[in-house]
Design a protein. Structure first.
Ligand code: G1P
Ligand code: ZN
Length: 542
């Protein structure tokens, strides 16, 4: 065992989802090692315990895993479970931590950010419930990273990550496990695989699944093509590549280009889905039809009892604050609570652990349930397919019937990526300065009902998260929310979330960008987006 002297880096503050930086930053000598040691130094009682390690297969994944295995062994973990080839999706890690009662897990991923030598890399720590480390753990890690002066690592040859089975590193047992088996078994315990299989092999319902060259490739191929017998070729772009084929592994209408072309083309399949770099996000499409993630959560909640794993009903649901209020309407009808949390999956953990909620989701293509403690892309796809197999209707019909019942929460998010960081912060600070004077003011058809900077008190442990996004709510229920991304690695990303409510079904077919037109203009004039960022149009609209 070696104890290596090191000096702290000042920039190892975890963001919305772990520490995310450019690959070149991680490649600096001691950079990864410092952070990993800071994680271990912030934990107590892991001697002899189990650690789960895996990543999304992006560039630097294998190197990072070898370093982490040797450091975990040197620091006294008793057993390490690592995915074959270093591959484990984020939800799979969460499931494995829970199934084997591990102490925690380390996931290597920068989620939907591009990969390759010039792309991004990331590392996050998950605790024994399988979920992202809560704020108090991530701040302890950051504090430790600022003063760290040494780390421990074993001098040993590399573990063969491709061969399934056990080996040893010093006194630590390392088990290379199949990346898919446990996850697929968990899915089979929740959904009616036989019914989905019959539906997919009947011949008149075609699906197309696009992992965007990222981690869900092997999972999707095993589940859809092998277990559920969907035709070969159902999964496209299914081999995880270190640079995701040069693409941006983010399942939205802009980045999932191949899939969008197929689903909005001639003779399109009936159902399409994509997932992100580490497999926790999902995009659901019907033939020529896009399902907004906020609606997806609402629809899963409304139809949950059609699915075996949720037949007993839902304890409650939760959505992140910027997510549309469509799920709230379903909760109201079901007579269950709907919690509103800050952006980021870690805020759902306590609610799930306390049994207060069963389903939860975010507008950013994240949906999940109490089966793990991460959002879960393929879980959402299977949930939809199970509902479709039961209802035998098209995706579009199911969504439109939902709108007819509950009204439509028309929704869109506008992202301004790579904005100068000082300008973006100035925009938010200026908005905060206006908050007390906005209520009561009228802009065209809109009168401000409330305006605040969202603050959340966790109902389970009482912890408070403040300054989670500027909300401007209008008297007719419309909202505009402004916040800065906590996951970007270059400059700042301004996110503007727009929502209005339409009860009249004759207007449900309107393009959201048209229906939200006035609010979009109002957002620009309230926040001075063009003047302050120099941008006239968003980089990405979802
Ligand atoms: C983004 C999403 C957020 C999600 C996170 C991790 O964070 O907006 O909902 O939990 O990625 O996938 P942001 O960049 O907005 O901080
Ligand atoms: Zn992700």
């Amino acid at each position: 065992m070696q104890t290596v002297l090191t000096q702290p880096f000042s920039d190892q503050k975890p963001g919305t989802s772990g520490l995310r930086k450019q690959v070149t930053t991680f490649q600096q000598p001691h950079y990864l090692q410092n952070f990993v040691q800071a994680i271990f130094d912030s934990l107590e009682g892991y001697q002899g315990q189990t650690l789960v390690v895996g990543g999304d297969g992006r560039y630097y994944n294998r190197e990072a895993i070898q370093i982490i295995l040797k450091m975990a062994a040197a620091n006294g973990f008793g057993r390490i479970l690592v995915g074959q080839g270093g591959i484990l999706s984020t939800p799979a890690v969460s499931g494995i931590i829970r199934k084997y009662q591990a102490f925690g897990g380390i996931i290597l991923s920068a989620s939907h950010n591009p990969g390759g030598p010039d792309g991004d890399f990331g590392i996050k720590y998950n605790t024994s419930n399988g979920g992202p480390a809560p704020e108090k753990v991530t701040s302890a890690i950051f504090e430790r990273s600022k003063v760290i002066d040494e780390y421990k690592i074993l001098e040993a040859s590399d573990v063969d990550l491709d061969r399934i089975g056990p080996s040893t590193l010093g006194n630590t047992r390392v088990e290379v496990v199949d990346s898919v088996t446990d996850y697929a078994a968990l899915m089979e315990s929740l959904f009616d695989f036989d019914q989905i299989q019959q539906f997919l092999t009947r011949g008149d319902f075609r699906i197309c699944i696009d992992p965007l060259h990222a981690v869900t490739g092997p999972y999707a191929t095993a589940i859809f093509e092998r277990r559920l017998n969907a035709p070969a070729g159902t999964v496209q772009n299914g081999i995880p590549l270190e640079d995701f084929g040069g693409g941006h592994p983010d399942p939205n209408l802009v980045y999932a280009k191949d899939l969008v072309k197929i689903m909005f083309g001639d003779n399109a399949p009936d159902f399409g889905a994509a997932s992100d770099g580490d497999g926790d996000r999902n995009m659901i499409l019907g033939r020529n039809f896009f399902v907004t993630p906020s609606d997806s959560l609402a629809i899963l909640a409304a139809n949950a009892t059609l699915v075996p794993g949720y037949r007993q009903g839902l304890a409650g649901i939760a959505r992140s604050m910027p997510t549309s209020q469509a799920p709230d309407r379903v909760a109201e009808k079901l007579g269950i609570d709907c919690y509103e949390t800050p952006t980021g999956w870690k805020f759902f953990g306590n609610l799930l652990d306390a049994g207060k909620i069963t389903l939860c989701g975010e507008e950013s293509f994240g949906t999940g349930s109490n089966h793990v403690r991460e959002k879960d892309g393929l879980w959402a796809v299977l949930f939809w397919l199970n509902i479709l197999a039961v209802r035998q209707q098209s995706v579009e019909t199911i969504v439109k019937e939902h709108w007819a019942t509950y009204g439509r929460n028309v929704y869109s998010r506008h992202d301004y990526e790579g904005v100068d960081s000082d300008r973006a912060h100035d925009l938010i600070t200026t908005l905060r300065g206006q908050l007390s004077t906005l209520p009561g003011q009228t802009f065209g058809a809109y009168t401000v009902g409330y305006s605040d900077d969202f603050s959340y008190t966790d109902p389970v442990d009482g912890s408070v998260a403040s300054q989670q996004g500027v909300r401007i709510g209008f008297q007719d229920g419309s909202r505009i929310v402004f916040r800065l991304s906590g996951t970007g690695t270059q400059g700042a990303t301004l996110r503007v979330y727009l929502e209005s409510y339409e009860a009249d079904s004759s207007k449900h077919d309107q393009d959201p960008q048209v229906a939200l037109g006035d609010l979009i203009q109002l957002a620009d004039s309230l926040a001075q987006i063009t003047a302050k960022t120099g941008r006239t149009t968003p980089t990405v609209i979802t």
